[in-house]
Structure formats: C-alpha cells, structure tokens
Design a protein around this ligand. Structure first.
Ligand code: GCB
Length: 883
C-alpha cells in the first residue's frame, strides 16, 4: 500500500476535492470612528461617526490654510458576526497598515498591538464569543513618538486605519508568519539564466489542531496560462502548536521566460498544506514568480538579464488630493500605470513601504522597484527606536519578498540632514557613530533575511559628511538626492557634480534617488528662474538632468522626485502643505514635465502639444511660445488650420513661436515614425490683453501681479494674472516701486514662501511692489471696479526658511517688523486711509479692498500711494469694466 502513496498523493495534491480553504473577508465597511483628543478613553466617547476603511482623520485638516494637523488618538469600533463554523478555525485580523501606533481590542480586552505606520500586521482572534455581538475596537495614534521612524520628514503623517482590513479564517493547520505578517510562504527564482532557472519555496506553518498531523507541503509551478511545469513537495509530521519551517526542493524551469519591464512574464505557484492520509487541502497560498537576474556595477551601471539597462523612473508618495493617505487600490495601481506610460521602468517606493496593490501592479506591468523603511532625516539613539527599525525592515522584506519587481531594500533617507548635537562635537561624533551602528545592523539584517536583493541608502548632497560618517561603505548601493539648480547652485552643476561623486567613490554603484524642482502648474514665466515654481523652470531643469543622466553609464538609475505632488504639512509655498515637485499634480493631472519624460522614455511613437496645465493662457501680444514633445525626428505644426512648417526635434522638444488669435485656437502637431503618421490635437484658449487700450476694444478686465515676472492662472475663477510692467502712455503699469525681496543675504526666494492666510491663491500675494508711487491704466471711459490686493510680507513668520534646504542650513534672519502706514487715492479721491496692514490684519494675511470708479474723461484710472510711515505696497490689482 505504502508504495502507492506518492501516486495517490500526486493525484490529490493539485486536483483536490472541494475544500474550505483560507478565507480573507474584507471588513472595511461600517466602522464607527471618533477622535479622543483629550485621552479620556473609548468609554467617554458619545459621538461616533460612520466611516468605511481606508480612512484617515486628516484628509481635510491638512488641506486648510492653517499650519498643523491633528496628531493624536482616534478610535474605531465595529461589531462582527462570526460564523459558528469558525470556532474550529484559526482567525486573524489582518491590517494592511494603520498610522502609526495601534492597539486592538476584542470585547474590551486587548489582543494585540503594532508600532509603525507603513507595514502590515496580523492579530490572532482567539477568544471571540460567536454570539453575533463580538466587537473589535482599534485605537490608533499618530502622535510624534521618538521611538518610531519617521521622526520628521517632508510629508504629512496622516493618522488612521488607512489601508484595508480583513478577517482571515484559516484551518488550524496553516501557513503562518505571526511576527512579520507575511503569508508565511516565500518564493524565489534563483540561479536564473537564459537557459535555466530554479524556483524554490520556503516558509513556515503551524499546527494548532489537537493531534499530531502527518502533512505534505507541496508547490505546483505553472506557466502564466496554467500549464504545469513542475512540482516540489515534502512530508512533515507536526505536533500541537508546533511551528515548522520548511524549504521545498527546487523546481527547474528550462529556457525560462525572463521577467523584464518590457516582458513582465509571471509564472504561478500554488503552495499547499495537505493532510497526507486524506488528501484534504488544509491551506493554500498562490504567488506569482518572475525569473530575472540583475547586477550593479560601479562603472557600468545596472544590468538586467545580462544586458546593460538604465533604470529610469520616479519616487512615489502614497497620498492623493482630498483623500490623504486613505487611497483606494485602483488609484494606487493607476500611479504605476502612469509611471509606465511615462516610460519609467523603475519606482522608488518612498519613503516607506506601500500597499501590496502597488507592487502587484509593478510585477504585472513591469516596473522594477526599491522599497525602504521610513528612517528619514535623523534617528533616536534608543534601543526601542533601533528595535522598531529592525522590526519594520524585516516586515518590509517578508511582506514584499514575493514581488519579482523588487530589486533593492533600502533603509535610510538623508539621515544626516537634521544633524543633532551640532554645538557639541564630541556628542555629535557619538550620534554619528550610533547612526552608523544602526545602519550596519540593518544592513546585516537585510542581507541575512534576503540575500537575493541589493541594499541601499539615499543621501543628500553632503557627500563628505556621509563618507566621513562611514555610511557610504555600508550598503551595496548608494543613492544620492541631488538638487543642483534647486536648493543651490545651477542645474548645469548636476552633471559635473555626478562626475565628482563618482571620482570620489569609484567603487560604489551610484543611483540618483532624487532630483526635482517645484512646479506649480498655475505659474508660468517667460523669464523662468529658480524658485519661481513655474512650469518653464521645471522644464529647463528636467531637460538638463535627463541629458546628464543619460550621458553617464556609471549612473545606474535616476528617479525624479516625485511622480506626483504630495502633501507636506510643514510646507508653505505657492500651494501650502503641498510639495509641488511632482510630474503629475496631487490629483494626477500631467504637467508638461510628464510629457517630456514620455517623449524621452516611452518607445511608442509619440507627439504631444505642450498644453499640460497651460491650455488657458493670455498675454498682451499674440505671438507666444509653444513646445511640442516627440520621439520622432521632425514635427509639423498647424495653428488654426495653417501650417507653421516642419522643425527638427532636438532633445525631444520642438520650440515654436505661435501667433494665437484671441479665443479658441486649434492646434495640431503631426509627425511620422517609421512611415506611420502620428498626431496630437489641442485647443488652446488664448486671451489677448490690452497693451494700448485704444487699440484694444472692447476692454473687459485685467488682473495684474506686482513685483513678479510670472503669470498666475487661477483655474477656479478662470482668470489670468499678468506680471506688472512699467507704465507707458496709453497702456497700464506701475509708477515706481521695487519687487519685494526677502531680507536674507543667505537665501533666495521668489517673493516670499510664506503661506498667505485667507486665500488659496497664494501667488497673488507672495510678491509685491514696495515703495510704488502710483499705478495707472489708461482705460476708456466707463464704470470700473478696482480691486486692490495686499498682504504684509515683512515681519515674523515671513523670513522662515524652506523646511528642506539641502545644501546648507541657513539661520533664520530675525527681522523686526517695520511699521508701514499709507494712504491710497483713486482718481484723486482718498479711498484707503492710514492703512497699516501688519497692525490691522497681521502679517501674511490677504487683504482685499474693492472700489467703484467712473471714468468720465480720457485720463483713465490712476492710483496714488502716499506713505505716512515706511513704504507703501501693493501685491496685486484687478480692474473690471462694469458698464
Ligand atoms: C529630499 C527628501 C524628500 C523631500 C525632497 C524635497 O531630499 O528626501 O523627502 O521631499 O528632498 O522636495 O525637498
């Protein structure tokens, strides 16, 4: 009889009869939620709000005009109706992520907890009542905790159960990884070559049944269309509560279909625990596996499946406009699709592990990845911090081990940015040694847990600092976050700087893990400069970076910061609480920079009119620049049916001077690639504003920014704000006045970077003319509404530095607010008397003053500013004809 067992087993192992296998039941719906701001505990809460998961309590309070957001306790509770039949099963609550300290209670009794906001955890559900009234209560806290990374960072730490939660119902004999919340089955493809690959499965299972179990662990490997390739199995005997680690023999694939971004071929594995005698399947885990081999070389870069392969892509934060971090999976997957569409082959999952759906999409769509734990800017020198980091690192590795897309595990980002103990050199040295010690521990742990991937650390531009701290030699790869032309220097310094780093550390593979410039898609400039946040500056910056990256084989990969704009509560720039370095907006609308990447990196024939976030534009002349992006060699452009001829595409761009008409303009770009015609069409709505009022009739309205060279498009009011000009006869403009400048010798900014309270249109107020004498508009006779916009830009809070200045930390200038009091006259009539912005409204507060004025003669509109104390100012002006 014995001799036949393998045959029976073979028949049963993957054909098995109807089984009651592992169930994963979503319990996202119908939770009650309440904040517990004064820590009185769940019993004191009387008002609950109905919510569904994923949920964050910060989705809206990070979108307001105020600094800060709720960081404290939130309670969730939910009744669950457990099936009587599950009494004989093993149950777990599976949390994909909750930020960041979580305690879980069942019927008032604590059953588990978890520290850390970005990795999954499971809580065994053992003493349920099964009476239909079992209640789960979850306490989540997103307070600052010195023992949990991240301590600080340029992103918002949204609190809540912001990923999916499910109830796992398993047989008492099941795969398990209680400590690190993976499913307990690890699949790897090793010894991969074009000729052959071996698939090896290992893992852990536990027997919680009362009797000794004779079990078979088996894996079936099949092609992506279900054809069996091979099987591996072993027999095990397991006692009650015995957790057993197993590793199955390898399954060989000959001539494997290699996984790569262009052909992300996935094999399937099904791994089962089978009751040997009865053939009953007790548990089953399905995993896909990709066969690929890769290596990094310090001089030659990255190699995938034996070929040189430049890694190009972006980093990604997980939040989305209006949702905070509680983002449904389909939107997360859409980000991977967008990255792929842009031609990216690499995603830096930054600065923390993200939803499984993201890496699933990377496996499926073909995107290589690195994943990191959130040690950002600094560390705490405590055992608790260090242990928590180690726990997160192993959680990250085990939970994401089965994704073929992952090639790098990383663990520190710019860890020397917020240097502690600056004033005490001895203490600082101890701190630096402790960072190196933690890095080494994480490095050793990572290599021991998963020797199949590389390790990495991302550093900011202080190369010597990292070298001297001994941090460069620890990981296998070093990523540099470089911002020449943004936080300091010129964009042209980027390439030479890369050469310098490579020469200094020639034996360490190098990646550019970040580079980027803020682009607020509402801002445009024909005289783009650093910090103006204009799309045009961003375009120049990215072009230089892309070309410098492509030129250098030693740059294994480079990733734009960031795929999309993201929330960063501490920022207060043109869009408060948002970091605008995305190639996409916070709601994932492409900026022109995205199209530029697509033209460079998506091999499909492509031509695109550069209307990204600028198809509603205006000026005082019809002749305007327009860019077209393409991977063809020539582009022909048509404007309102007329051909502007053909132009050679240089570095994926053609630059045109287009003569628009007032109103809607039909634009068409045509190119040919390998005999195939491709085209793009766009409608650009162009508004001509008067230069000479007499030649421009009828006149309706004009919006003007003072002290600015940029143009601001207000998408909500559908208005275009033009930069002011010096007054000329018959036209409009300021008389006198100097652009406001931050009174800091060590730092440049465009106007102020402060959040202007009371408006979502901060750029209207962030620049101003100081000391102007007047403003004149030679408008025709009629009745006008004149609106003056002010904000006091001097004084406390105004001179604060950017939260992230990566080249050096600059002392905040202490500015004593000057007194400024002035009068304003409109056509000789005193309309504003003794205006003291700081005293009446405070600093950085938008102040709007509206007046009506009848122009009965040819003298137009004239504003006069008379200083009583200090210099008068004006931030913006709006003039509208009302009849
Ligand atoms: C960095 C940080 C990242 C910031 C970025 C920036 O180097 O790693 O977290 O968001 O710079 O935009 O300043």
């Amino acid at each position: 009889m014995k001799t036949y067992l393998p045959i029976i087993f073979l028949l049963l192992s993957f054909t098995g009869f109807a089984q009651d296998l592992r169930k994963s039941i979503s319990i996202n719906q119908n939770w009650s939620f309440a904040k517990d701001a004064d820590h009185k505990g769940i019993k004191s809460i009387s008002k609950w709000q109905q919510v569904n998961l994923p949920h964050t309590w910060n989705a809206f309070d990070t979108m307001d005009d105020e600094p800060g957001y709720y960081r404290g306790i939130g309670w969730y509770k939910k009744r669950i109706n457990l099936n009587q039949a599950w009494k004989t099963k093993s149950m777990y609550l599976y949390f994909e992520g909750a930020n960041q300290e979580t305690e879980v209670y069942l019927n008032g009794v604590k059953i588990g907890d978890h520290l850390g906001g970005y990795t999954a955890f499971t809580i065994p559900l053992r003493s349920a009542k099964f009476n239909g009234a079992d209640e789960i209560e979850v306490k989540v806290n997103n307070r600052h905790n010195e023992d949990i990374a991240p301590l600080t960072g340029d992103f918002t730490f949204f609190g809540g159960i912001y990923r999916n939660v499910s109830l796992l119902v398993l047989d008492q004999v099941h795969f398990v990884d209680d400590q690190y919340a993976s499913n307990g089955v690890f699949v790897r493809a090793e010894k991969v070559s074009k000729q052959q690959a071996s698939v090896v499965v290992n893992g852990n299972f536990i027997n919680r049944a009362n009797t000794v179990q004779q079990l078979t662990i088996a894996t079936l490997l099949s092609t992506n269309d279900g054809k069996k390739i091979g099987e591996a199995k072993m027999q095990v005997s397991a006692r009650l509560n015995q957790a057993i680690a197993f590793e199955l023999p390898e399954i060989v694939i000959s001539k494997p279909n290699l996984w790569s971004p262009s052909q992300p071929y996935l094999y399937n594995t099904t791994t089962r625990i089978i009751h040997t005698k009865t053939g009953k399947i007790l548990d089953e885990v399905k995993t896909s596996v990709g066969c690929r081999f890769f290596s990094f070389d310090a001089a030659k870069g990255f190699f995938l499946n034996g070929e040189p392969y430049k890694l190009i892509g972006a980093s990604r934060h997980q939040d989305f406009a209006g949702m905070g971090n509680a983002v449904p999976n389909h939107l997360q997957v859409n980000d991977v699709k967008l990255l792929k569409e842009m031609g990216g082959n690499f995603l830096r999952v930054a600065h923390y592990p993200q939803a499984q759906a993201v890496l699933d999409a990377c496996d499926r769509l073909g995107v290589l990845t690195s994943v990191e734990i959130p040690i950002v800017n600094e560390i705490t020198e405590s055992e608790a911090f260090s242990n928590n980091c180690k726990q997160m690192q192993v959680e990250m590795i085990k939970q994401n081990y089965n994704h073929p897309s992952v090639i790098i595990w990383a663990y520190m980002n710019e860890v020397l940015l917020k240097m502690r103990h600056q004033k005490d050199p001895n203490r600082k040295l101890i701190y630096l040694n402790n960072i190196a010690l933690l890095a080494q521990r994480l490095e050793d742990l990572t290599r021991a847990t998963d020797p199949t991937r590389y390790t990495m650390m991302s550093n900011h531009g202080d190369v010597n600092g990292y070298v001297n701290a001994g941090l460069v030699k620890i990981p296998q790869l070093v990523g540099w976050n470089l911002y020449q032309g943004w936080y300091g220097g010129k964009s042209e310094d980027f390439g030479p700087n890369l050469d310098k780093i490579h020469a200094q550390i020639p034996d360490k593979p190098l990646l550019v893990t970040e580079y980027g410039a803020d682009v607020d898609p509402r801002l445009h400039s024909s005289a783009a400069i650093r910090f103006d946040k204009s799309l045009e500056y961003g375009m120049l910056y990215h072009q230089i970076y892309i070309n410098d990256i492509l030129k250098r084989p030693f740059v294994a990969g480079a990733f734009a910061w960031n795929l999309s704009d993201f929330s960063s509560e501490t920022r207060s720039e043109t869009m408060p609480h948002v970091n605008n370095k995305g190639l996409l907006t916070l709601d994932r609308k492409p900026k022109n920079t995205f199209y530029l990447y697509k033209a460079y990196f998506n091999p499909k024939p492509y031509v695109k009119i550069g209307d990204g976030s600028w198809n509603w534009r205006g000026a005082t002349t019809l002749d305007q620049p327009l860019q077209v992006f393409s991977n063809a060699s020539e582009v022909t452009l048509f404007v309102n049916g007329k051909s502007l001829g053909k132009k050679d595409v240089l570095a994926h761009i053609t630059n045109w001077n287009v003569s628009f008409k007032h109103g809607k303009n039909e634009i068409k770009a045509v190119a040919w690639v390998n005999g195939v015609k491709i085209e793009d069409q766009s409608v650009i709505d162009f508004k001509l504003f008067p230069h000479q009022f007499k030649q421009h009739l009828p006149f309706h309205s004009i919006h003007i920014l003072m002290g600015s060279k940029r143009q601001f498009i207000d998408p909500k009011q559908h208005s275009i704000w033009l930069p002011s000009q010096l007054y000329e006869n018959g036209s409009w403009g300021n008389i006198g006045g100097e652009p406001f400048k931050v009174k800091s010798t060590s730092r440049q900014s465009y106007g102020t970077d402060s959040n202007i309270k009371g408006t979502a249109n901060d750029p209207i107020y962030q620049t101003q003319l100081v000391g102007l004498d007047g403003y004149q508009l030679d408008v025709p006779k009629g009745k006008y509404e004149v609106t003056l916009h002010f904000a006091e830009l001097m004084g406390n809070g105004i001179q604060s530095m950017l939260p992230y200045n990566l080249d050096s930390l600059i002392a905040v200038d202490k500015i004593i607010p000057e007194q400024r009091i002035f009068d304003v006259y409109l056509n000789d009539k005193l309309i504003i008397n003794d205006l003291n912005l700081a005293a009446t409204h405070g600093v950085a507060k938008s102040v709007v003053k509206k007046f009506e004025c009848l122009v009965a003669d040819d003298k137009g509109l004239k504003l006069l500013f008379k200083g009583i104390q200090g210099k008068p100012v004006l931030n913006a002006l709006e003039v509208k004809r009302i009849n």
